[in-house]
Design a protein around this ligand. Sequence first.
Ligand SMILES: NC(=O)c1ccc[n+]([C@@H]2O[C@H](COP(=O)([O-])OP(=O)(O)OC[C@H]3O[C@@H](n4cnc5c(N)ncnc54)[C@H](OP(=O)(O)O)[C@@H]3O)[C@@H](O)[C@H]2O)c1
Length: 434
Amino acid sequence: MEEVRVGIVGLGNVGMGALAVLAGNREKIAEKLGFRLSVAAVCSRTVASKRLPEGLGPVFKTADWRELVAHPDVQIVAELVGGAGVAAEIIEGAIANGKSVVTANKELMAASGPEIWNRAIAARVNVAMEASVCGGIPIHSVLREGISADRVVAFYGILNGTSNYILTEMEKRSAPFDTVLAEAQKLGYAEADPSADVDGFDARSKVVLLAALAFGEKIAPSDVFMQGIRRITPLDFRYALRMEHTIRLVCGARATPDGLILFVRPALIPVSTILAGVHGSYNAVWVKGEFGADTFYYGRGAGPLPTGVAVVSDLMRVAREIRSGSPERVSPFAHERLGETKPVSIEVQKRAYYLRFRVDDRPGIIAKLAGILAGKNISLEAILQEPCGAKHDLPFVITVEPTSEQSIRDAIAEMSQLDFLTDAPLALPMETAL
Ligand SMILES: NC(=O)c1ccc[n+]([C@@H]2O[C@H](COP(=O)([O-])OP(=O)(O)OC[C@H]3O[C@@H](n4cnc5c(N)ncnc54)[C@H](OP(=O)(O)O)[C@@H]3O)[C@@H](O)[C@H]2O)c1
């Protein structure tokens, strides 16, 4: 049987997961392709200590990625190292050697995807990056192929499994953020430095990539409004539930008459919405099309085997192209041809907001806050207060009718000067239209 041969750089979670799929499903993959997909070479810094799965056949092993990308037997290079440093050199090296690339690297593709793609197209090779967003959910294929005939008007997703695990545990057990984060770190769900997950950086890279695919725009990470989940408390879940809402780190993009609004932020969403039912480390993406209406995608957002399936499916796609002599010709960052919706600041968006205060209780507090809101033309909708004995750190919530993000920011800035606040006010949008 004829074969296409791949080289894998990076033998960590994803690299070993991809090798497990390639070895464990070797026969079925060959049947589906009509030819064999074999592993010609692997590379990692500590390759000598790595135990490769049985059934791969003879494999060239090296600790030097340059040897792998230049190896004459390697036709496709999988970059599974991560980060924006050496990974960029590996991808450049592969393209310079006329080899297609498969990558799981959201960070690099979000920062430099358009340039990498332009180089690949000039070299008549492909860059497949399915595993870079939502691990096991084939959302790139959906946007580039499955619903490519549609015109996407919005997508909303839960794109970071660690944050979703933390929020849904807080919701379930009424446990504080720090406690659940520490547990998640012990279980291996969160990194020792959790910032990429809980402050929104990881999800922001994913929004950049999905928005590029969905809208044909060149999106920079700085175009995406980003806010993490550190300030969410069990109390916020209790107030949200009183209004039949919950809180999720909602990641999305929405085409508006003003432009494209892109965001990663905790938001109140109705408990009845499908995204509220996404629990634990699962990911989901809900896409709204002008013609085909709503579609929803759900699955494991990370993990060696789900991500390994995404990587190997990309290797299969690129291998088919090599056999047919027809590489991908249009960049997913096809802004020159498709761009019609430019990113705009989130300040223009109009939403209802949830405002949570903690105060040293005294007469006249509500009147002061209401006065500031009225001064910004913001209409108050409701005031909620859970029974609480702590007069010196009393929490309560004000919800307001739809207003602009800019007005809310101005109001919060003014409120933050008030001497009775024991904590800065927390403002969360209410995504009631989900
Ligand atoms: N983990 C997930 O579930 C997941 C899901 C979706 C996407 N991703 C993406 O997949 C990529 C890989 O993530 P991961 O979790 O598998 O990372 P990881 O476990 O840290 O593995 C990284 C691998 O790269 C190797 N490496 C680092 N520098 C190298 C160099 N200079 N030359 C050769 N090899 C080098 C490391 O080698 P040694 O082991 O020898 O030190 C290690 O095997 C990242 O872009 C990540 O964002 C991960």
